[in-house]
Design a binder for this molecule. Structure first.
Ligand code: ZN
Length: 276
């Protein structure tokens, strides 16, 4: 068990290294396979021994071996984040299929968080295959995420709520439709009221992907958590950085963090709130 967990975490670090390539190249519409990584200043190819996740960055003290250009802390950070995501998925689902489904989901989410942060884009090449993958992999997802809530009125007086299992694909498809739909409605309403675009199509497709992987209940929690985090960030910018309310926040960043919180803390929260 421990050896497997260590290997799986190291796999996460290596995948994180690949996610760095995706974060850098997808917005530039470059291939994520070829050519091999090179320094963005001097253009020299990075030798394999300088491409070891986290370790190389520490050994090189965050500088290119050839020209000394500084290498962003984001590279080891994304690797550590992905390693941690894999570790937590291994611990939570004990190497049953949901471990792998959610490692994939979190990997895609990490790329979306960073492309949105740097470029304000949530690339279709991630969100659209993400929606399909979420639906196709739904039989392998933790069935608890697709639970539905059944309300029963007892003698017209008390309302008793209980969770019931639904077919994975039905939970996944309805999650995608509801996740994308809520953001579509919010975005449309905002545009009507404020006469400017508040949400992009990327946010809508990202939430359809979240819904496909996490079902509609955790999708609701993702939107609540994401909006709350966005609100905190907005207040921080207004108070400490003298930004105006018009400042455009990368909402996908907050939705991504919110979806990870919903995945790990959402079900215990729902059990507490809606005892079965
Ligand atoms: Zn260089």
């Amino acid at each position: 068990m421990h050896v497997v967990l260590i290997f799986y975490t190291v796999l996460g670090l290596i995948i994180g290294s690949f996610l760095n390539v995706c974060i850098y190249r997808i917005p530039l519409r470059k291939s994520i396979v070829f050519p091999r990584s090179s320094c963005t200043r001097c253009g020299r190819q990075i030798p394999f021994y300088d491409n070891i996740p986290v370790l190389s960055w520490i050994l090189l003290q965050g500088k290119c071996r050839f020209c000394g250009a500084s290498i962003s802390f984001q590279y080891p950070f994304v690797e550590l984040l992905t390693g941690a995501a894999f570790l937590v998925c291994g611990l939570k689902w004990n190497f049953t299929p949901p471990t792998y489904v959610n490692s994939l989901f979190l990997s895609a989410t990490i790329v979306l968080i960073f492309t949105d942060f740097h470029h304000r884009i949530l690339p279709n090449v991630l969100t659209l295959p993400g929606i399909i993958a979420g639906i196709l992999l739904s039989p392998f997802q933790d069935p608890a995420v697709y639970m539905d809530v059944l309300s029963v009125k007892i003698a017209g007086l008390f309302e008793y709520q209980t969770a019931r299992a639904v077919l994975p694909w039905a939970g996944s498809v309805s999650g995608a439709v509801i996740g994308g739909g809520i953001l579509l409605v919010i975005g449309f309403g905002y545009q009507k009221l404020r006469k400017r675009q508040g949400l992009g199509m990327g946010d809508i497709k990202m939430m359809a992907m979240v819904g496909a992987f996490l079902g509609w209940r955790l999708t609701f929690l993702t939107i609540f958590a994401g909006s709350f985090l966005g609100l905190l960030a907005g207040m921080y910018l207004i108070v400490f950085h003298k930004q105006t309310l018009q400042a455009k926040l990368p909402f996908g960043v907050f939705l991504g963090i919110g979806s990870a919180l919903a995945l790990f803390y959402g079900l215990p929260f729902l059990e507490w709130y809606l005892p079965a």
